[in-house]
Design a binder for this molecule. Structure first.
Ligand code: SF4
Ligand code: SF4
Length: 159
């Protein structure tokens, strides 16, 4: 059967026999159709098949935005190259510590989590940090303010 020239060779892209830069490029190509951006430098995900309730649940498979999780051979499988370590699966898992994720941010900070409440706390912290950065970007620093308005400087009290 003739091969569709526009089709992506997923198995070729997932091959282990590639250099790191090729892997990165292949990963970008695999993630492009999902429209999901990579926010973390690196990470790893692990699912405990002994605590997973499996067929009665499959919530992680349903919520994964990149289809990195699938149901096959009676358990949840992971396509590591498609995982962006977003934490949506952990947030929706009904069993604490069943899915474990470790991810590294661009600033070098490593985050480890395995419970829904961990994901919520990390999200709150990230939102707070974003708000602080936003305020800092629009509010003038005291030294800049006094440079611009030198008359605003407090004068020493005279007796
Ligand atoms: S962290 Fe979970 S939900 Fe997010 S991409 Fe990876 S497997 Fe999917
Ligand atoms: S959400 Fe958790 S318990 Fe449910 S199938 Fe996925 S890993 Fe298993």
């Amino acid at each position: 059967m003739p091969q569709d020239k526009g089709a992506i060779d997923i198995f070729g892209l997932l091959s282990d026999d590639t250099t790191e830069s090729e892997k990165k490029k292949n990963r970008e190509q695999l993630l492009a159709p999902t429209g999901v951006k990579e926010l973390f430098k690196e990470g790893k995900i692990n699912i405990n098949k002994y605590t997973c309730v499996g067929v009665q649940c499959k919530r992680c498979v349903d919520v994964c935005p990149t289809n990195a999780l699938y149901w096959g051979s009676g358990e949840v499988g992971i396509i590591d190259d498609l995982c962006v370590y977003c934490g949506a699966c952990v947030l929706n898992c009904m069993v604490d510590d069943c899915i474990k994720i470790e991810r590294k941010r661009d600033n070098g900070v490593t985050e480890k989590f395995s419970k829904p409440k961990d994901v919520i706390m990390l999200q709150k912290t990230a939102n707070t940090n974003k708000r602080i950065q936003r305020v800092q970007s629009v509010v003038m620093k005291p030294q800049d303010y006094y440079c611009k308005y030198p008359e605003a400087k407090l004068k020493p009290k005279t007796k």
